[in-house]
Design a protein around this ligand. Sequence first.
Ligand code: ZN
Length: 426
Amino acid sequence: MKKTGRSLTAFRVLFDALARHFAEGNFLLRGLTVYLGACLLDAASRPLTERCPQMTKPRCVTVGSGVSRWLMAIGCAALIGGFGMSMARAQGAAQDEVKSGPTASDKAAADEAKVIYRHARPANTAAGAGLKRKEIATGRGASPSASAAAGAATATPADNDFLRYLGDLTYSGGAVARVAEQHPIFLLPNGKCLIASCWGNPEGFLRDQNVSEFIHITDQYVGTTANNRYPVGAHKLISYKPTPRTAPLTDNDMIAFVHTVAASLGQTGYAHMYHVFLPPGQDVCFTAGDGICYSPDVPSTFFFCGYHGSVDFSDIGHVLYSVEPFQNVPGCAVRPGTPNGQLVDSTNNTLSHEVFETITDPDGDAWFNITDVALAGQEIADECSFFVVLPSGMAFFDPTVSVIGSHRYAVQPEYANNEHACASNP
Ligand SMILES: [Zn+2]
């Protein structure tokens, strides 16, 4: 039984991998699968004697038995069915087409846009440690701690009338994202980067996260316990020209990409989140001159691993977004030895961080810590973003391994007021 279970798992893994390559238009693997299917069909349809010239061999008799014939037929059906499905998906590929980048009007919209909020996840670097101390957010005012304190004086958080735990988040009255579709935007350098090899499987993770217990940690902050609130919506693949490290992309560029996609989908407001995924080697800074960047090759400016924010466009209105640079680099990667490997788990770990924060504090005026100087301004994920320094001296994020949806992932916990602790389950 054990062996059967293992081979079924192996078959499923193989089939999943093939299906993924179908979806990404890998014609070599498509051809190979069709060929395999044809061979199986051919073998199953031949007379038994042709396959088993020595019928006395007990092993061969087993192979040629009626049961194995049925299994072969089922195998063929699965392969052919899989191919059919993949063709159907390929036909829907208008959405999977690689589009060109922002137009002049998207860029103009980005230039005119008003950034409402921007909140970075510090990298495990010397620069990142400095960022933690000075401040990581833009948009809560020049001095976020001061404005948070002012907020505490004027707002009336529901739970400010009893002894607080230092880590608890306080509600400052702003909007939250109760229900929101997730829209990945993948930037493909010169149109080429397989999602599986550049980022792993972020959409698979988002789907698992959407049906997990884990995501229900947000219930207490957004005021609903409904399931399936954060599904994956339409995504876009965009071809762009990578920039050299001397000319990193800026948040303004990110906003232009977000505008391109949000305008074409016509989906804005708190019910949609756009996640811009950058390929390996692509740096990004808040602005061209502030030196606050994701820049693994330039340690002095390597402050953050990713960020989330919100922006008001004059034509399409309010849009929530996050920026997800390539995470499998020292400073942003998770420790070695996680269930899905460092590429997949590092990408998902930061993506999860940004999604939770976008849900609970999309504009920087909803849920964050105002109680303690050291934690002031920190959001739901910041308080539970742990790291570990290995004997080699390298620092990694140190996520928790748990089942999220139907798979095991290494993703950081989130702060739960109802437990006064970091949690992976509500
Ligand atoms: Zn954060």
